[in-house]
Design a protein around this ligand. Structure first.
Ligand SMILES: [Zn+2]
Length: 377
């Protein structure tokens, strides 16, 4: 048995399998959960869904050897079984299930629980160990009903047009842009896409995604309709749009200061991630004996999950996943135990029986560098 079967090393790391999940830096072999650039690196060997492989090749990121794994198709991997399941986040996004000799381990990757319009809905995958993304892992991130948010976006666009201006909606070129496009189907607007977003949307269509008619933002002709563009294109394009107003569509809209920080005219809380309640409910539905929180508000979410669990589940351990990050394996193994429950500490130790095999997850004692400002939208 491996004493420390799960670590953080640029991503979730299984030393016994020499397998990394979503490492930000190149690693010998890695699962790439979806095509967002902060989850993709130049790995010699990569496992991903066919749609993620196609979207990555569109962005010209070169991964040596790609193993395309459709959802639900298991692959044997050094004594473990790897299966990808829908994560609902963007087209092709996957949760990773590893069936190992120390139990079933589920890594959610970026996760959206509520049904979207352009990605297969996330399925609950029962597991013994859950590695849960925590982008919106704070109680203040409770998103309203998506249908009501879309209705508000439609009303805002109509008001802007009635004032003689062009409505501009900001959303990432992969995922959010297509989700907004699909949400505005039937609203009666002419829908105009920034060229970068347009190119990714063409790939979505090629992959079978159903979308309303749209057109490419023309360099010369004025935009007539609702313009959807990635946030970073705003300044370059805004200059030639004439009179326009800008709205940002993101889960960070729950922060009261976001409108001022982004200097936009409106914000709407439309996210491609699960909100706080959905993360908690998802963790409970998976029913693990051990939960690691990673990325975003990982400490807040671990604390909330510990408080929510019923007394009968008190034995289940919940902690932030920590790991190597520059330290040698020797340093990692020899690091001293400090305050339980805090980053930089040996946060939890849990032993239990799982299907006849012993589980011994011991969170290591080194700080994880990446736990800073959450990404995602
Ligand atoms: Zn993502």
């Amino acid at each position: 048995m491996i004493a420390h079967p799960i670590l953080w090393d640029s991503g979730v790391f299984f030393p016994g399998l020499q397998l990394w999940l979503d490492p930000r830096l190149p690693r010998p072999r890695a699962v790439v959960s979806h095509a967002h650039s902060d989850h993709v690196a130049l790995h010699p060997v990569g496992f991903m869904t066919p749609a993620t492989g196609r979207l990555i090749s569109h962005r010209r990121t070169v991964i040596g050897r790609v193993h395309a794994l459709p959802y639900g198709t298991p692959l044997s991997l050094g004594g473990a079984r790897l299966t990808l399941h829908p994560a609902g986040h963007v087209l092709g996004s996957a949760q990773t299930l590893l069936e190992t000799d120390f139990g079933r381990v589920l890594y959610t990757g970026d996760l959206k629980v509520r049904a979207g319009l352009t990605a297969a809905p996330a399925s609950v995958v029962p597991a013994d160990v859950l590695v849960l993304e925590s982008t919106f892992g704070k109680p203040r991130y409770r998103f309203p009903d998506s249908g009501e948010v879309v209705d508000a976006v439609v009303r805002w666009c109509a008001r802007v047009q009635a004032d003689g201006a062009t409505p501009v909606l900001l959303g990432y070129s992969l995922g959010k842009g297509q989700e907004v496009l699909a949400a505005l189907a039937g609203a009666g607007f002419r829908l105009v896409l920034h060229p970068v977003l347009h190119a990714v949307t063409e790939v979505y269509r090629e992959l079978g995604c159903s979308l309303p008619d749209y057109q490419r933002l023309d360099r010369e002709a004025p935009a007539e309709g609702v313009v959807i563009m990635p946030p970073q294109a705003r300044r370059a394009v805004g200059l030639r749009l004439g009179s326009h107003r800008v709205a940002a569509l993101t889960g960070w809209a729950m922060d009261a200061s976001l409108k001022d920080r982004l200097q936009v005219d409106a914000v709407f809380p439309l996210s491609d991630h699960a909100d706080f309640d959905e993360l908690c409910q998802y963790a409970e539905a998976v029913g693990p004996q051990m939960t690691y929180t990673v990325l975003g508000f990982d400490e807040d979410l671990a604390l909330a999950l510990r408080r929510r669990r019923p007394a009968a589940a008190a034995a289940a351990a919940i902690t932030v996943l920590t790991g190597l990050n520059g330290g040698s394996r020797d340093q990692y193994l020899c690091a001293p135990m400090r305050r339980p429950g805090l980053r930089g500490a040996l946060a939890a130790t849990q032993s239990g029986s799982l299907g006849g095999s012993r589980l011994a997850h011991t969170a290591p004692a080194l700080t994880r560098e990446s736990a800073t400002r959450p990404t995602g939208s």
